[in-house]
Design a protein around this ligand. Sequence first.
Ligand SMILES: Cc1cc2nc3c(=O)[nH]c(=O)nc-3n(C[C@H](O)[C@H](O)[C@H](O)COP(=O)(O)O)c2cc1C
Length: 360
Amino acid sequence: MSALFEPRTLRSLTVPNRVWMAPMCQYSAEATGPNAGVAHDWHFAHYAARAAGGTGLILLEATAVAPEGRISPYDLGIWNDTQAEALRRISDFLKSQGTVPGIQIGHAGRKASTDRPWRGGAPVGADEHGWQPVAPSPVPFADGHPVPDELTVEQIREIVGLFAAAARRALAAGFEVVEIHGAHGYLIGQFLSPHSNHRTDAYGGSFDNRTRFALEVVDAVREVWPEELPLFFRISATDWLEDRAGWTADDTVRLAALLQEHGVDLLDVSSGGNAPDARIPVGPGYQVPFAARVKEETGLPVAAVGLITEARQAEKIVTNGEADAVLLGRELLRNPSWARHAARELGGAVHVPDQYHRSV
Ligand SMILES: Cc1cc2nc3c(=O)[nH]c(=O)nc-3n(C[C@H](O)[C@H](O)[C@H](O)COP(=O)(O)O)c2cc1C
């Protein structure tokens, strides 16, 4: 028997296995017009293939709660009903394969309005469908990035409401998991970290103040998200800033306990993204210890992510109790049927579409 292919129940939702797909932006929607941010054939084919490949849960890419919250002008959005309707086609297909459909909702803050990564990812202006970004403080992300507008308290409250509206639309679009994007130095992460949050009001300064926006978003989403369905939160466990002021692994454990009290069911533990010059010791499973520590010290279920590529590596993370599930990113881009191959190697079972029965 393989622990990786055991189901996992969160609230009333049972996920068929522990091989989950990490959210990955496709930067492939239209930038403007009535179909701005609307999923189309590329998104459908991309997610459908990973569902047919036996992935237990798929988290759709960072989907913006507002146009200004997009990382690039080509991101998916969920700020209107046309966008939500287009996503239903994907969630329906995922369910038809026994895959749990989840979606990450986010706001990019000062890291918004950049070009697609394969075109260099530099900030774009109005001539390239860009806009003026907003942030907790008027501090640019990096050289060459614009100084963002500092959000007023009224604007912060509006964005909290936009997260709730996005979650409501995600539910209407058939999703069974919603993940709040609190990682990688996007808006929520910008509030958490003293590196990017220099405010002196109720949203900056102390730990309680810097975490206020995150917890307000969680409360607003939890209020509209059904009791029986799980809510995930993605965090960057550390900014990797060593001796400079930043968000740390200790902060993550402290916040994890609060997130649990506020109704978060699983912490998706990533790292980095808030400072371009952070030194990150990247290697196989390098973020797993952060996930394991949160689980150990708070009891909150966690998912581990980052350079998890081998079946036995993933199996060990789950059997050791370091994480409840693994999230795979790039490896699932390389191999949409990774779960199926891993099940074969480990003696587990996954859903195989009838159409592929001759390949079992
Ligand atoms: C093309 C691409 C797009 C990504 N987009 C997102 C995203 O939308 N939201 C997010 O939280 N992380 C995003 N990530 C990070 C992944 O979710 C994941 O954490 C990271 O790739 C490390 O896992 P891996 O080593 O299995 O790829 C992206 C990564 C890639 C490669």
